[in-house]
Design a binder for this molecule. Structure first.
Ligand code: ATP
Ligand code: MG
Length: 332
């Protein structure tokens, strides 16, 4: 049994013209101790998937269907109270803008200590000691002193480290990390990725790592789930996905990975992700696809099997171009 099994997760929001599905029958698994990358362009539904898996879109008025099995228990069937004991304790969360997630009114140490006290019932002093230990663990210099400071005195990278410390303070088994490095500059970004990789190896925590950048995903994940227009379009191991993409959208994402010194012009996929409520008939990607076949792709909606698969009617006959992964997991 997988640590996390998402099955047919469908989320709709109420708009001016009634309920509109924003994500459609999303299914994937996360094995204990593994890192799964969730990738797709802006608006493809990555954040809604993560928030809904944690029960955080219900409070925004979303209609959620399908199952989210964590350790065999369906999170979608749980009360808010049951869910909130899972969140923070068994399942951690790291978001893009740490500075907005941290409370400006409390010191960084207090916030981590409070989370530990709430979930583990530790004494004030034991919780504080854990907070300092966690800040030290994410390589915040002079952790004991920095713990007493407020978030605004932390740089962007330090805030992100503090968020990681908070997410991991109760030793969760799974962490959702939603674009945790996107707002940071490139050097800080690679240090945070290195930190996440180190902590993942040390603690064995499973991570769902969300990014629009496959290059970043390759540095951390073993498996990849590709999303487009609210649907999963491909699932594969990192190696297979890079060498032999099976969906034209994945091939397009690979072609647009920015790589310093690769000597190749950046090619991005023409067009944009269609909005929810404005989905094309047939394959949702066909209007942007270089391999679209008239009469087929604009008429029939492809399905996706469980396991490693691609949501493409022509996948068997296409020879899509992949790229080579270098031994440390970066891209060439
Ligand atoms: N609360 C909401 N109400 C209505 N629509 C929403 C809501 N949240 C998200 N959406 C819509 O759902 C779609 C998917 O959004 P989502 O934020 O999951 O994309 P994403 O893949 O995380 O993109 P990004 O890379 O920009 O973070 C978008 O069209 C978005 O406008
Ligand atoms: Mg997002």
């Amino acid at each position: 049994m997988s640590l996390l099994s998402i099955r047919d997760l469908t989320v709709s929001f109420r708009g001016p013209r009634g309920w509109t599905p924003v994500i459609d029958r999303v299914s994937f698994d996360v094995e204990a101790g593994s890192v799964v990358g969730l990738v797709g362009e802006s608006g493809s539904g990555k954040t809604v998937t993560a928030l809904s898996a944690l029960g955080l879109t219900r409070t925004q008025g979303a209609r959620v269907n399908g199952q989210v099995l964590f350790d065999g228990e369906d999170l979608t069937a749980m009360s808010e109270k049951e869910l909130s004991t899972r969140r923070g304790r068994s399942i951690g969360m790291i978001f893009q803008q740490a500075i907005r997630t941290l409370d400006p009114a409390f010191t960084v140490g207090e916030q981590i200590a409070e989370a530990v006290r709430r979930h583990e019932g530790l004494s004030r002093s034991a919780a504080w000691a854990r907070a300092v230990e966690m800040l030290d663990r994410v390589h915040i210099p002079r952790a004991a002193e920095r713990a007493k400071e407020y978030p605004h005195t932390f740089s962007g990278g330090m805030c992100q480290r503090a968020m990681i410390a908070m997410a991991l303070a109760c030793s969760p088994r799974l962490v959702f990390a939603d674009e945790p490095t996107t707002a940071l500059d490139v050097t800080v970004q690679s240090r945070i990725l290195a930190l996440l990789r180190e902590i993942q190896r040390e603690t064995g925590v499973a991570i769902v790592f969300i990014s629009h950048d496959l290059g970043v995903i390759a540095e951390l994940a073993q498996r990849v789930v590709v999303m487009y227009a609210g649907q999963v379009v491909e699932r594969a191991t990192v190696e297979d996905l890079f060498l032999r993409p099976r969906h034209p959208y994945t091939a397009g994402l690979l072609g647009s990975i920015p790589a310093v010194g690769r000597g190749r012009r950046l090619v991005s996929i023409p067009g944009v992700v269609p909005p929810p409520g404005g989905m094309p008939v047939g394959c949702r990607f066909h209007p942007r696809c270089a391999h679209e076949q008239a009469g087929l792709c604009d008429a029939t909606a492809p399905e996706l099997e469980l396991g490693d698969a691609a949501r493409c009617l022509r996948t068997g006959e296409l020879d899509l171009r992949g790229i080579t992964l270098d031994p440390v997991g970066g891209v060439r």
